[in-house]
Design a binder for this molecule. Structure first.
Ligand SMILES: [Zn+2]
Length: 378
């Protein structure tokens, strides 16, 4: 059984696996963003799985900390939420689900861009990163909540899943029959906040070091060219393309990496620029692109750098983000796709009404000496 976050695995299991790359830093708690809402409400449940740029998929393959960590790194995956599928609201609660007496499976729901990653690739990742031949079990995690299941959102997903499963069975890749359930999607309940991004935020937690970390490492080896930030062939000449994922990870701090590459959030009031008023430019920490300037910065009281608009010519893109049970608009760097923060409509009305709430960890401040040294107007 998976321990709760406060319990520990036997020391043997923990000591046996060192995970140097992740043993960098641990974040004590999950930061809160404005507009956070309670969990255990059903996630958005679009009846149709796909639009041109946004589609949804739901999978269960054992411990959701693992499944979330794996899919989160796949290019084209916009957001991943850990939660419970296959049961009802009354029992969508970690304590009850853990007993194995509810109908829920630990699951993840992800939004993806079908132009960047197709459903077949999601199925491939799903089936290659867990054991689909053990009924109600993944490794040491035993119980129906750890069953292997696909919750399809439309007939196309259903057909693709059934075809893929039949193909896998025929291929003999597994020496036992595949027991993965293929069920119609009903409802998904986001798990409690502390389960979200659990691996990214708690890399040194014993279960993460023993189980999730090795799983993610294996996934990276097998799917290297399909990961976010894998060098893009057509952009090999720009900085992001030239700098390998490994080099970037080395250059950035653990927090800068988590924020820009894993769409993480730093803590409010405990970041570099939230109350900085010096004149200057805010550039992308990953690619150096000009994103915001001090001219449009204001004190919103939220504890993160807040801007009414991007810099003139500053290139950011907007993306729907339905993670964590919230509907938000995510802001990314147009040039390198680094996650920057979110935009909300509670900014100063006189300046357009927007508040770009940006993580300091995604920015590099470049002081504007000319402006600073300009003589005071008298
Ligand atoms: Zn950038």
């Amino acid at each position: 059984m998976r321990p709760s976050p406060t319990r520990h695995l036997p020391l043997i299991a923990v000591g046996a696996l060192a995970l140097g790359a992740y043993a960098l830093m641990s974040f004590a708690d999950t930061p809160n963003e404005p507009n956070e809402q309670p969990t255990a409400k059903p996630a958005d449940a679009p009846g149709e799985a796909a639009t041109a740029s946004d589609a949804v998929a739901t999978f269960a393959s054992g411990c959701f900390w693992c499944t979330e960590a794996v899919f989160d790194e796949l290019r084209g995956v916009k957001s991943v939420v850990s939660g419970y599928a296959g049961g009802d609201a009354a029992t969508a609660d970690y304590k009850i689900v853990s007993t194995g007496r509810t109908k829920h499976a630990e699951a993840i729901q992800l939004h993806y861009d079908p132009s960047l990653v197709d459903y077949e690739t999601l199925l491939e990742v799903f089936w290659k990163t867990h054991d689909p031949t053990t009924p109600n079990r993944q490794g040491a995690d035993v119980g129906p909540q750890y069953r292997s299941a696909i919750f399809y959102h439309d007939e196309k997903q259903k057909a693709l899943a059934e075809q893929y499963k039949a193909k896998l069975d025929e291929s003999g890749v597994f020496d036992k029959p595949i027991v993965t359930e293929i069920n119609q999607y009903d409802t998904f309940f986001p798990a409690e906040d502390y389960h979200q991004n659990f691996f990214a935020l708690n890399p040194q937690q014993p279960y993460c070091r023993a189980v999730v970390g090795p799983k993610v490492e294996k996934f990276r080896k097998v799917f290297g060219d399909k990961l976010k930030n894998a060098p893009k062939k057509d952009k090999a000449d720009d900085k992001q393309g030239a700098e390998s994922k490994a080099e970037l990870k080395k250059r950035l701090s653990a927090l800068q990496w988590h924020v820009t590459q894993e769409a993480g959030t730093e803590r409010a009031f405990q970041n570099l620029y939230w109350n900085k008023t010096t004149a200057g430019d805010y550039e992308c920490i990953v690619c150096g692109e000009l994103l915001f300037t001090s001219d449009n910065k204001f004190d919103s009281g939220c504890g993160w750098p807040s801007f009414t608009k991007p810099a003139e010519g500053g290139a950011v893109t907007q993306h729907a983000d339905n993670s964590h049970g919230m509907r938000r608009i995510e802001i990314r760097c147009e040039k390198c796709d680094a996650h920057l923060g979110h935009v909300f409509n509670d900014g100063p009305a006189a300046a357009g009404g927007l508040r770009y709430c940006i993580n300091s960890a995604s920015l590099e401040f470049e002081e504007n000496k000319a402006r600073k040294e300009a003589p005071p107007e008298e």
